[in-house]
Design a protein around this ligand. Structure first.
Ligand code: PEP
Ligand code: MN
Length: 357
């Protein structure tokens, strides 16, 4: 059930409706929009009796939501959600294409700083890096843990980049919530419902990666878990799904971008690194992602990919990242968006020959 307030409804009226909903034993989620505030009702097992709410001052209408997801839906909020980061111009979901770049894993202070310096200079606003790595093998590098988080906090200080990093369990989530600016929930955890609920109680925005076999509805329901706990700053991420194709690590499903944007107000970014698994496909798919309307990119970059402790094969060299940024600036302009310009603009803004892509 969804209560749509009148455009001129006062804050007091919104508060009274929320109180009424809570007094009936449900949870009220007041979501202000550009035109009006809507209040989502969750926690109801059956039908909520709309009568009493409809009569309250400031209420325009009470709508029954038939979709399984409610808070993520455009029915609740017509305009796009824009996630802002205090003290910076960086946004995710606004007209600017957000760029999150950095190594798969934080391996050392030197490595992380070398990459951060380059991605910042190229114009990224966010730095990614795993401190806790979900690895297929228990013998692979598992990440530096809290030490990795400390290094990223230093990177924020030094380069002004906002930090995006993964929490793999409840314990790491507490720490990631303390140090990072965005909590990443990985593909393997997209349906870890207790972790999603915890992320919903955290203070920081949450980036949810699509599970490798997740449908669009399952992805939206994962976001609904986080929002239903009161954290409305959620970013979705397409990172490829597993198919029979064996020319790439995963099949990057760019068609999910307009599909999500029809149904949900939440921003959606694309990860062409895990989405392809191959360095030579990252830039072409980044261009395509921006062209299709993605709200941002999350890209792996390494200063020495051949020696990377994880995902070296799909990590761009810093020079390639410069070129990627130059190209997506051009594509962004074509689709009526901007791509960050805060760093030093690389000199060459020419599209590469097809063979190189
Ligand atoms: C990552 O971002 O490094 C990662 C492990 O991603 P995913 O969860 O999409 O595999
Ligand atoms: Mn990786």
């Amino acid at each position: 059930m969804l209560v749509v307030m009148q455009a001129h409804a006062t804050e007091d009226q919104v508060r009274s409706v929320c109180r009424k909903i809570e007094s009936l034993g449900y949870r009220a989620h007041s979501i202000p929009g550009a035109e009006r505030t809507a209040i989502g009702i969750t926690g109801n097992k059956g039908e909520v009796e709309p009568g009493t709410l409809e009569e309250m001052p400031g209420v325009q209408e009470v709508i029954r939501v038939t979709k399984p997801y409610k808070l993520v839906s455009r029915d609740l909020k017509e305009d796009d959600t824009i996630i802002r980061f205090a003290g910076t111009e960086a946004t995710i979901g606004g007209p600017a294409v957000a760029v999150i770049a950095g190594p798969c894993a934080i391996e050392s202070r030197e490595q992380a700083f070398a990459v951060a310096e380059r991605v910042q200079r190229a114009g990224a606003q966010f730095f990614r890096g795993g401190a806790y790595k979900p690895r297929t093998s228990p013998y692979s590098f598992q990440g530096l843990g809290e030490e990795g988080l400390r290094i990223m906090a230093e990177i924020r200080e030094q380069f002004g980049l906002r930090i995006v990093t993964e929490a793999i369990d409840n314990e790491s989530l507490e720490l990631v919530n303390e140090y990072a600016d965005v909590i990443q929930i990985g593909a393997r955890n997209m349906q870890n419902f207790s972790l999603l609920k915890r992320a919903g109680r955290a203070r920081k925005p949450v980036l949810i990666k699509r599970g490798m076999s997740a449908t669009l509805e399952e992805l939206l329901m994962a976001a609904e878990y986080v929002m239903s706990e009161g954290n409305y700053n959620v970013i979705l991420c397409e990172r490829g799904v597993r198919t029979f194709a064996d020319h790439t690590r995963n099949t990057l499903d760019l068609s999910i971008i307009p599909a999500v944007q029809r149904l949900s107000h939440l921003p959606i970014v694309v990860d062409p690194s895990h989405g392809t698994g191959k360095r030579n496909k990252v830039t072409p798919l980044s261009r395509a992602a921006v062209a299709v309307g993605a709200d941002g990119l999350i890209v792996e970059v390494h200063n020495d990919p051949d020696k990377a402790l994880s995902d070296g094969m799909q990590s761009l060299y810093p020079d390639q990242f410069d070129e990627l940024m130059a190209q997506i600036r051009q594509i962004a302009a074509v689709v009526g968006r901007t791509a960050a310009n805060q760093g030093m603009q690389p000199a060459a803004i020419t599209m590469p020959a097809r063979a190189r892509a």
